[in-house]
Design a binder for this molecule. Sequence first.
Ligand code: NAD
Ligand code: GLY
Length: 352
Amino acid sequence: MRTVRVRVGAGYDIHIGKGLLSRCGELSKNAVGVCKAAVVCDSNVSALYLRAVRESLLAAGFEVVTLSFPAGESSKNMKTLTQLLEFFAEKQLTRTDCVFALGGGVTGDLAGFAAGVYLRGIRFVQIPTTLLAAVDSSVGGKTAVDLPAGKNLAGAFWQPALVLCDPALLGTLPAAEFASGMAEVIKYAAIKDAAFYGKLNPVSDLEAVIARCVEIKRDVVSRDERDTGERQLLNFGHTFGHAVELLSNFALPHGHAVAIGMCMMARAAVKMGAADESVIAPLAEAVRAHALPDECPFGAEEVYNIMLSDKKRETGSISLIVPTAIGVCERRKMPVEEARKWIDAALEGGRK
Ligand code: NAD
Ligand code: GLY
């Protein structure tokens, strides 16, 4: 088992190791003590892993209550949040009890937010079951639900008390979900660690790869928990990617859209003179090695219009995360009209 310590808020450990799920009771007991455990998961994960978690927690002395909600992003809303809060109240969870988020990013964001607001905040443990959740959403304390006006518009920074990551659970992930998570893995090489590209095509040691991603995210979040500066580097590929995801009407999985967004940004950086050609090849090779797309199926005008309507955009300006060398990105804040030039540069020569 590898352990990465995060020194944000009260601080917490991220344990990563195959077979760790069966030890979740004992490891959680060390971190939060024996208490009432409210395990939250979605309908898919419930069928696969809830029993093992429940048994391990019971064996360690926890009292266990469980709640499952329908799988999918469409559950990440205020209605499910209210159901969770009412469930906690009905089960009489107190400030010394603990929520367990067993699942992907949807479960972590939803259950984490519920833990953050119930009784003004109780502890929660993240048990990520998707690659995306393992390398990204379970670490750093961003929790949220979607509103009809847009994704993640209501949320809180609420750090977990512990993260337990068992890579063996990723074996049941559909291939497209695994590939989607790989886009976020590749992102870490592009923003912070050129040498990390060498570990990705193919991935021979998944545990080590997850640990490296988590270390990078830990370092970034420790310096900028509230996302006012450096943390925005983690959005590399996401501004264009988000537009592509929306334009596809969510037919393109998130990671596929992010892969397109990262490749668009690298091409734009070269054309705009921010980087030389060398930034493109390692990124494009990693993306293709994991069967992720690198070309945008939409036109510049469509992408620009989506960026203009982004609810989380700062008034009149936008921050683009620009690769300036292999493994190095920087944040460039610019007027939205200037960002249009970057989209045109990314898509020069028509739709590609
Ligand atoms: P998800 O939680 O919906 O999981 C994807 C699918 O995989 C679901 O159908 C789920 O039931 C299924 N699944 C989960 N684990 C499985 C397993 N081991 N075997 C088989 N099936 C399994 O989606 P996701 O991609 O994990 O996360 C996306 C969400 O994460 C989005 O809502 C996004 O906004 C959020 N996110 C949050 C952060 C953050 O920092 N908080 C970062 C990135 C993304
Ligand atoms: N996933 C981006 C962040 O945690 O800031």
